[in-house]
Ligand binder design. Structure first.
Ligand code: DGY
Length: 324
């Protein structure tokens, strides 16, 4: 009897039991490593395969699609999909799915934690202590900015932005302002007393600015030298979106010159490389793109990508398709 199972490449190491779940439905070729496949190798491994389990690091563009004519479905375990040329997939009839919702609260927790760490100088003071520099208690020792009651500014009011706004408004009594292409409906703004403002107003008024925008050509360097110059010298900036939304070189300059007080960054232009000037700044908390990295959430993200593959190749409706 011919084997009619779809052939799927899992392009990185994931949880073994989730690979087994997929294997019950598809023939699986697992790239069982944390290092991403080089593009040529990715294309080679995709020959004759109909499905791809991917993350935010594989580049899915027209060249790859043309070189892999059997490919029918690209299922991402990430919510961000700026690494996928969605139009090129759509015109070739290739399904793309991402993993929204399952990471919203975990990512918002982390964004809030980074913002607090930047405001209260947690990283900087820990390094000071570990270096053995703590000789005495001082009134002004690592005195930072308050979070409670301060104005929370959110750039990008999607699901994660709203989850951060809830934490700020309901948990910390923060007035919330936001900028987004579209305003939230009044019934969503009201419980948070959230107020839409123009982008420049957001930059001027925020005590703590959190960036949660998807990365697109339109959002490239949306926060650069001009925008940083509008911010309060006491303000913090937290980026949990994508590196390219912020001009990292300009941010490093602003931090070094004290034009803003501090930053919390989980994403970087050109990551995993980090701009060397940022590494020199004491007033920035740096983490390696882990905002969604709780064990239950990373499992849920992988399972959702697998749900999409199983549904698609089983003739069902993929739950989080982007282009159906
Ligand atoms: C996402 O899901 O987009 C996170 O940033 C992990 O890449």
């Amino acid at each position: 009897m011919p084997n009619n199972k779809a052939q799927v490449l899992v392009a990185r190491r994931i949880f073994p039991d989730i690979v087994e779940r997929l294997r019950a439905h598809c023939e699986v070729d697992l790239h069982d490593a944390n290092e991403p496949l080089p593009q040529a190798e990715l294309i080679r491994r995709l020959q004759g395969k109909q499905g791809l389990f991917a993350s935010g690091t594989e580049r899915i563009d027209a060249t790859l699609l043309d070189a892999c004519p059997d490919l029918r479905a690209v299922c991402l375990m990430t919510v961000g999909y700026n690494n996928v040329d969605l139009d090129a997939c759509s015109v070739r009839g290739v399904l793309v799915s991402n993993a929204p919702d399952v990471l919203t609260e975990t990512t918002a927790d982390f964004g809030f934690a980074l913002m607090m760490a930047a405001a209260r100088r947690i990283s900087e003071s820990e390094h000071y202590l570990r270096r053995g520099d703590w000789k005495q208690w001082r009134v002004d020792l690592f005195a930072g900015a308050d979070v409670h009651g301060a104005t929370l500014g959110i750039l990008g009011m999607g699901r994660i932005g709203q989850a951060i706004a809830r934490r700020g408004a309901l948990g910390f009594g923060m007035p919330v302002i936001y900028h987004n292409r579209s305003r939230l409906p009044a019934e969503q703004e009201a419980p948070l007393a959230a107020r839409w403002v123009e982008k420049d107003e957001l930059l001027r008024q925020s005590d703590h600015l959190v960036i949660v925008l998807p990365y697109t050509p339109a959002s490239h360097h949306m926060v650069a030298a001009r925008e940083l110059a509008l911010m309060k010298p006491t303000a913090t900036l937290t980026n949990i979106a994508r590196g390219g939304v912020v001009d990292d070189a300009a941010l490093a300059e602003a931090l070094a010159a004290g034009r803003i007080a501090a930053a919390g960054l989980d994403v970087f232009e050109g990551e995993p490389t980090v701009h060397p000037a940022l590494l020199q700044c004491a007033n920035v908390v740096l983490t390696p793109h882990i905002a969604s990295a709780s064990v239950p959430t990373r499992r849920a993200m992988c399972n959702l990508a697998v749900d999409n593959l199983i549904a698609f190749f089983g003739g069902g409706v993929p739950p989080t398709a982007l282009n159906l």
